[in-house]
Design a protein around this ligand. Structure first.
Ligand code: UDP
Length: 486
């Protein structure tokens, strides 16, 4: 056994899924662990290390000499041997390539993660961490960790509400008792009488390849040490309790993780390099009135077609509100932009800012000029919007985003739905300009909604402070892990 200080010092091995929505909170988590005196090693591939981790980790270690270092351990990922295109080390590769069959390839990419099983064994054997935080998409990781006596925590990347809603739907299959796929039903057992339709849920195909994969995920989760959630108790108390009682063996809510980024550079440097000068962007926002600008972003995986983008542009113009709109329309740069109505930028000059590519999202959301957030309801974005105190227009596209929408519109009551009917996974169900106009206008004027959104932001900030709910849960987790170590 080591000295008492070695024993009390924990070492986390963090293994994120290779997508922005997982890499970004993983880095935030490593920083959080460092502030608690724990060492973290992030396990990732060469390209992802360069894209996400090298620079910010170097700065973090240099600027915090008193804290435990964060380090990176590289694993190769032989894309072509696994039947993937060369360089396909991140789901962004799939979603930003216009000519790829995104649905098929993303499934193949997900299943290819199994490749890491053996390399992970070797890393665990040599590194001997005190805990493995492995992404949900690595169901085999629980067994591998067990072999070396390492407790495995599961990180879903989403909140308690969607994990619980999905659990209840899988268990009761309520969609089997509706007359049509667009008929609303109440999610059985789930607190709050939340309603949804069959065409918005993803759990229907249990016998498909993905259905079986998801089943494996749930089994591995039950056998794991517990679940780590990027959320905070006050945001979803009923669902946090439900998760701990009925779904996961144990769970710890330790977020919002994005709030650990306090410095300008940290906020500006999250994810990719921004496609706009951050200072210019803030200067533009500085020139706007308080709470007057609406921000639109649809995350890293949704890709709308030209017809939909034209509709968004027209709806925005009709709403009359100032806006910042992030369009990750890769592949069309330098070409004639057929996704913008003729003369749109001239007409909206001074009123609108279009960011083509990557936006410094947290910097923008935190600006006082922001008055509303049109979001695809990816969990990171949603929580960043909550932490910024913004009312939202919900525009879910795929994955668990429809559940996240219901949390915002039916439980928190801080959002307005744009009215998307069905889950489409990548491309998005069509929404007319009139719907965009209506939702943007509505979200910008609702005072009650705004007041509630600000209250949640206050709670979020308190949760991560000393003595706050997330801080307490993290302390508890670390104490438990220290006991296991002993
Ligand atoms: N993000 C960003 N700039 C962009 C687009 C996304 O900083 O232009 C960040 C955003 O702040 C969030 C993450 O990327 O932290 C996206 O995760 P989310 O869960 O919201 O959506 P996903 O892309 O996984 O669907």
């Amino acid at each position: 056994m080591g000295t008492s200080s070695e024993v009390s010092k924990l070492h986390f091995l963090l293994f994120p899924f290779m997508a922005h929505g997982h890499m970004i909170p993983t880095l935030d988590m490593a920083k959080l662990f460092a502030t608690k005196g724990a060492k973290s090693t992030i396990l990732t591939t060469p390209l992802n290390s360069k894209l996400f981790f090298e620079k910010p980790i170097k700065s973090f270690n240099q600027e915090n000499p008193g804290l435990e270092d964060i380090s990176i351990e590289i694993l190769n990922f032989p894309c072509t041997e696994l039947g993937l295109p060369e360089g396909c080390e991140n789901s962004d590769f799939i979603f930003s390539s216009p000519d790829l069959a995104k649905g098929d390839l993303s499934q193949k990419f997900l299943l290819a993660m199994k490749y890491f099983e053996e390399p992970l064994e070797k890393v665990l054997e040599t590194t001997k961490p005190d805990c493995l935080v492995g992404n949900m998409f690595f169901p085999w990781a629980t067994k591998v960790a067990e072999k070396f006596g390492v407790p495995r925590l599961v990180f879903h990347g989403t909140g308690c509400f969607s994990i619980c809603a999905s659990h209840c739907i899988r268990l009761h299959k309520p969609y089997e008792n509706v007359a049509s796929s667009s008929e609303l039903f109440v999610i059985p057992d789930l607190p709050g009488d939340v309603v949804i339709t069959e065409e918005q849920v993803i759990e229907k195909e249990e016998e498909s390849v993905m259905g079986k994969f998801m089943k494996g995920i749930r089994e591995s989760e039950r056998e794991s040490f517990g679940v780590l959630v990027n959320s905070f108790y006050e945001l979803e108390p009923d669902y946090s309790d439900f998760l701990k009682r009925f779904v996961a063996k144990r769970a710890w809510l330790i977020g919002p993780l994005s709030l650990g980024n306090r410095k300008f550079e940290e906020k500006a440097g999250r994810g990719k390099k921004a496609s706009i000068d951050e200072h210019e962007c803030l200067k533009w926002l500085d020139s706007k009135k308080c709470e007057s600008v609406v921000y639109l972003s649809f995350g890293t995986m949704s890709s709308f077609n030209n017809e939909q983008l034209i509709e968004i542009a027209a709806g925005l113009e009709m709403s009359g509100h100032d806006f910042v709109w992030v369009v990750n329309k890769n592949g069309s740069q330098g070409e004639k932009e057929e996704w913008l109505p003729e003369g749109f930028e001239e007409k909206t000059k001074g009123k609108g800012l279009i960011i083509r590519g990557w936006a410094p999202q947290v910097l923008i959301l935190d600006h006082q000029a922001l008055g509303g957030f049109v979001t695809h309801c990816g969990w990171n974005s949603l929580l960043e919007g909550v932490a910024a105190g913004l009312p939202m227009v919900t525009w879910p596209v795929g994955a668990e985003q429809f559940y996240n929408e219901k949390l915002v519109t039916q439980v928190l009551k801080t959002g307005v739905s744009v009215g998307v009917k069905k889950l489409m996974q990548v491309v998005g169900d069509f929404v007319s300009r009139e719907k965009v106009e209506r939702a943007v206008k509505e979200v910008m004027v609702g005072e009650e909604r705004r007041k509630r959104a600000k209250e949640f932001a206050e709670m979020a900030k308190n949760a991560v402070k000393e003595g706050g709910s997330s801080e307490i849960e993290l302390n508890r987790l670390m104490e438990e892990l220290k006991l296991v170590k002993l």
